[in-house]
Ligand binder design. Sequence first.
Ligand SMILES: NC(=O)c1ccc[n+]([C@@H]2O[C@H](COP(=O)([O-])OP(=O)(O)OC[C@H]3O[C@@H](n4cnc5c(N)ncnc54)[C@H](OP(=O)(O)O)[C@@H]3O)[C@@H](O)[C@H]2O)c1
Length: 340
Amino acid sequence: MTQPKLPEQMTAVHLQTYSGAAGLQIVQCPVPQPGPKEVLVKVAASPLNPSDLSFLQGRYGFQKPLPTIPGFEGSGTVVAVGRDTGLMGRFLLGKRVACVTQQQGDGLWAEYVATSVNYALPLLGAVGLEEGAMSVVNPVTAVALIDIAKKAGHKTVLNTAGASVLGLMLHRLGQQEGIEVVNIVRRAEQVEQLNAQGMHTVLNSSDPHFAEHLHDLCHQQNIRLAFDAIAGDTPQQLLAAMPNHSRVTVYGNLAQQDLALTSGGLIFQGKSVDGFWLTRWVGQKSFLPSLLMWRRAQTLLLTALKTEVRARYPLDQAQQAVADYEATMSGGKVLLVVGE
Ligand SMILES: NC(=O)c1ccc[n+]([C@@H]2O[C@H](COP(=O)([O-])OP(=O)(O)OC[C@H]3O[C@@H](n4cnc5c(N)ncnc54)[C@H](OP(=O)(O)O)[C@@H]3O)[C@@H](O)[C@H]2O)c1
């Protein structure tokens, strides 16, 4: 396939200051040229994830020089390939891909993005561009966390922020893999919402008897692994409820607070806390297992790893989209719809 003629300018969202939605501006800027080992993707859609909110505030695991284009994942079509992309580059030209961005360079809240040839993942025919846009960060994390639980021999695990898209995926994938995921939420409506989806063991952290119920459940069912998306004092609450030699794996910081831990459980009861970051987990895998895992995740996008979309915004309404997502995070993703 030959490379289509591309425009010189594009619409993009620039983050001008690390100050959340207020730091965003819609700009016209040059369409990027794919560098060596890069492809150029015409962007179709990109979701808002908690990692994007943290990045906009300058609180993510890294910062980029400003201005920069945010957006860690999305989908689109490969319209140009750079030097040294080899067979893979030729294969990808014209293909619909899911796409993630790099620690260096711009993100996906733009009409075009240049990214590493290794970060453009071809979509299966049955996967639409909207589903493809949300097919990496949460689906692959769900696969990873269930894999971690399974390899360590756990039958039941806890998960916090259980009404999140990832929480629902973990529960459904866990069911398929023989692992029960007990989701913990923070509001009564979320308990009802999850019950309506067939999840019957759901705990509400706002319930006055929460700590007691959690302790009883963990001891009755010997629950020794918890996945935590909240941080702050939540890992301590989970550790306190679980039996000796339990572990909390922190994978999010929705509370925007550092951990508040007491040392006794760690020293005398063999309890522990560690962290999970998808980028690090995938980086430890070699090419073939990563590819197989990616294909498997795609086949589950319409079932166990399905993502509901709560709202769609055009690119030039990125500020409103961020404000909407910050105000209401449960109930499905907010998606920036960029092009076809
Ligand atoms: N480490 C990694 O590699 C990795 C990868 C993927 C996802 N994650 C993390 O996974 C988590 C879920 O992501 P998602 O995209 O599935 O989220 P999402 O669908 O946007 O949902 C976020 C959920 O978090 C709840 N929440 C927000 N602030 C909270 C707080 N302070 N305490 C308790 N609950 C709170 C919201 O409930 P309300 O409606 O009550 O606000 C909502 O149900 C996030 O922490 C994200 O950063 C991490």
